[in-house]
Design a protein around this ligand. Structure first.
Ligand code: FES
Ligand code: FES
Length: 167
């Protein structure tokens, strides 16, 4: 098996990693970088548990080869907290009880992050459409949808109003 040296940025940190040619992005994150928040649910692109942001777009990391990540940027669930403060989506998931076993949760939160980045006020249909690739065996989705709406509210409330002075 041939190895390849790749350089990439993960959660804002520059990384240099030697990866076998057949290693997936998911296994690189988990086994080479210790970022086990990215879950291995199916290894087949079906469950969404391994979702990360790749150059800002959500992707099933089990469906991408690590060598393809050379020169790119990845954000995992570990990269969402800022200054020891969890992301508003994580807060909302906790407050609305959108987590049970938690296995789907990192991938679900990353997909919600991608949705709210591009559409800060999504409709019910748009929320369902954004999460269609993230399977949850536990929650029935209702509390997750409530968490998306609450997170959107939190994020929109935190934005400065036009004309408001920001220190
Ligand atoms: S582990 Fe990647 S989609 Fe299920
Ligand atoms: S909380 Fe268990 S799979 Fe979603």
């Amino acid at each position: 098996m041939s190895y390849h040296r790749i350089t990439l940025t993960v959660n804002g940190t520059a990384e240099v990693v030697d990866v076998p040619a057949n290693m997936t992005m998911m296994m690189m994150l988990r086994e080479k970088l210790g970022l086990t928040g990215t879950k291995n649910g199916c290894t087949a692109g079906e469950c969404g548990a391994c979702t990360v942001l790749w150059n800002g777009e959500p992707v099933n990391s089990c469906m991408v080869l690590a060598v393809e990540c050379d020169g790119t940027e990845i954000t995992t669930i570990e990269g969402l907290a800022q200054d020891a403060q969890i992301d508003p989506i994580q807060e909302a998931m906790i407050e609305e009880g959108g987590v049970q076993c938690g296995f789907c949760t990192p991938g679900m939160i990353i997909s919600i992050k991608a949705l709210l980045n591009r559409n800060p006020d999504p409709s019910d249909y748009e929320i369902r459409d954004a999460l269609v690739g993230n399977l949850c065996r536990c929650t029935g989705y209702v509390r997750i949808f409530a968490a998306v709406k609450k997170a959107a509210h939190k994020i929109n409330q935190a934005k400065p109003v036009a004309g408001e002075l920001v220190n």
